[in-house]
Design a protein around this ligand. Structure first.
Ligand code: SF4
Ligand SMILES: [Zn+2]
Ligand SMILES: [Zn+2]
Length: 310
């Protein structure tokens, strides 16, 4: 099969749009899609500090490299990568090494924050104390909170996340299945600025996971291939499977789910204003109830540690 744009052999096919591309044209198409998304999600961005969440995996590696390409030539933009170390044995150390390797290669400032320092616990420790809770539930909440806190401390105007098309399609379906339409409206990319919450953008939103992987490989970006030892218990796994099967049967489903998300977000904005974020009574971070979800999980683990009466 030939590339649609030149005489080279095609390296990848894109069943959702019927295209075939060689390595060079594929890389250019990824850059173009990311550029278009950043342009659309950050209209008229005047410059400032751009924080990029960097886990050390392929998605955030690609997001950082593409952000650097997009903002790199602007003297009024400071780019900083943030990595959260959740304390996961046999996994985090190699992803941290990959993240450091990439920031050195790209010449980007790098900040590492640890749940041990910020919250006094780790994902491994809490997973042991709360065996009935899937670790991704508190780990994800804590990571999001610490990314936001670190970005805010850096004075960031925006936080770039490495969510790809598959991730976002799974999240839309997951929230629909849980009946949580409001959460679809709150998904990144953010349209509205909430106090204390650094708005998030997702440059890889229209790029499928396997294309992100291929792009990271072709660009020679250092990233870690390892999987978190807790990942098998993630509630998301069944949605990954469902989205994958839907896409096989009906190419373009992921893009349709993304369009549904956009439309739902628009409709929610037209209606009465949703819950305005307040502050958590324990830690002061943004929260939709009296206590944020991060502190709710922390309270669960510390209650277990308290000496029992009698
Ligand atoms: S897979 Fe789950 S437990 Fe592991 S790092 Fe991701 S969110 Fe945390
Ligand atoms: Zn080509
Ligand atoms: Zn809190």
């Amino acid at each position: 099969m030939r590339c649609d744009a030149c005489a080279e052999t095609a390296l990848i096919d894109q069943p959702y749009c019927g295209a075939h591309l060689c390595g060079e044209h594929f890389r250019a198409s990824v850059r173009e899609r990311a550029r278009r998304e950043l342009h659309r999600q950050l209209p008229g961005f005047p410059g400032g500090t751009v924080a990029v969440a960097l886990s050390g995996g392929k998605d955030s590696a690609a997001a950082l490299s593409l952000s650097r390409a997009y903002f790199g030539r602007r003297p009024n933009v400071r780019l900083v990568a943030i990595t959260v170390d959740e304390g996961i044995d046999g996994y985090r150390s190699s992803t941290l090494a990959a993240a450091s390797g990439l920031t050195t290669q790209l010449g980007v400032e790098h900040v590492i924050v640890r749940t041990r320092d910020e919250l006094g616990t780790t994902t491994d420790e809490t997973a042991e104390r709360l065996p009935d809770v899937a670790p991704c539930s508190f780990c994800g909440v804590w990571r999001r909170q610490l990314l936001n806190r670190a970005a805010r401390r850096l004075g960031a105007d925006v936080l770039v996340l490495g969510f790809n098309l598959d991730d976002l399609a799974q999240t839309v379906l997951m929230n629909l299945a849980r009946g949580d339409v409001d959460r679809i409206g709150r998904m990144a990319p953010h349209r509205r600025r909430q106090p204390e919450l650094v708005p998030r953008v997702a440059p890889l939103a229209t790029i499928p996971e396997r294309e992100v992987y291929l792009f990271a490989r072709l660009e020679g970006l250092p990233f870690d291939h390892g999987e978190c030892p807790h990942a098998a218990r993630a509630g998301r796994n069944v949605f990954r499977e469902v989205v994958w099967r839907l896409e096989e049967e009906l190419p373009g489903t992921r893009h349709s789910l993304l369009r549904s998300r956009e439309r739902i977000a628009e409709l929610l904005e037209l209606g009465p204003p949703g819950v305005a974020l307040g502050r958590c009574e324990s830690c002061g971070e943004p929260a939709s109830g009296p206590r944020c979800r991060s502190c709710t999980y922390l309270a669960k683990t510390t209650t277990l540690l308290m000496p029992q009466a009698g």
